[in-house]
Write a protein that binds this ligand. Sequence first.
Ligand code: ADP
Ligand code: MG
Length: 398
Amino acid sequence: MKTLADLLAEGVAGRRVLVRADLNVPLDGETITDDGRVRASLPTIQQLTGAGARVVIAAHLGRPKGAPDPKFSLKPVAKRLGELLGQDVKLAEDVTGESAKSAVESLRDGEVALLENIRFDARETSKDEAERGALADELAGLVTAFVSDGFGVVHRKQASVYDVAKRLPHYAGGLVLAEVDVLRKLTEDTERPYVVVLGGAKVSDKLGVIANLLTKVDRLLIGGGMAYTFLKAQGHEVGQSLLQEDQLDQVSGFLTEAEKRGVELVLPVDVLAATEFGPDAPHEVVPATGIPADRQGLDIGPETRELFASKLADAKTVFWNGPMGVFEFEAFSGGTRAVAQALVDSDAFSVVGGGDSAAAVRQLGLPEDGFSHISTGGGASLEFLEGKELPGVLVLED
Ligand code: ADP
Ligand code: MG
């Protein structure tokens, strides 16, 4: 696989280079609430501009329906990127149209242009290879080389991720290389004990990764909304908590499988049970085996926080994905904070994956350097850990 270093060695001064970046940040109106992904994209862009390249960036934001929608404009991102780079970033008004062409043509050495949200073009995510190919042709026409650096999208076979790499000399960017390197450490010659903490809303999002991790880890700690399907599978009442009835069989299978393999599967022993879903919902600590029928668990309880911290204390490798509770509400953020703090306190090689988990770490004010790595890609890192091939990485290999 050729890398950014190879491209720099070839010389890029005056060359137009397309960078696929992941700038999909959470927005509140036009305010970026977490700019982690923008900052993670800087090193690759700066190495290129520093070497005199004319950088053209393709990126998406949110899920527009294949047509321009001002709500999903990259305008706030262009502004933030410009501030962080310390130079103006020209935002094209379209993806590959007249505005994009003129923005690209007017670039001077070391300058940066950002194409408007690539998902404003329905061909980006089309299942039809010819449709994606047509967009990829237009993108390829703007530049002479492609750097793939949007780790958060490498599990997607999309025009600006996959098809464009088939049409241009292609190179893996620094972020993609770093992410893949870290994830390899979680799948090969892992230092033990290897402990994985999973949470988040839905167990169905994470079935594949649980199945694969059960063959690799020493301990699996389960919190968040998905824990209730496990508790129910063990025969406990979970009240109004998040429950995926249709996943009960699968989850029972995981419980059996864990026992057979000698994997310690640790579930909450107490929870914060609330009368409703809301930031100020009245709540109390109850045993996980006795959630009242009219209550819902919105966070792991104090005993569980201690239990999880003790199960993390001697770990040599930790992967954490998914908040332990509804961390967006201060009252139910304590469990997520406790797990994050346990990782900060540990000497383990610790990796945080998942958009909401990474945002939680920053939102709760934990030091980012307290973790070995905070992944920018939720879906991509989970698919890698499931053992799936990532099309956006594979395509860089030939
Ligand atoms: P990530 O993006 O890190 O992979 P997910 O998207 O799987 O995480 O899940 C994050 C969401 O899970 C958060 O919005 C959080 O509020 C929600 N969540 C966590 N615990 C609970 C719970 N007990 N009940 C309802 N929602 C929960
Ligand atoms: Mg999420």
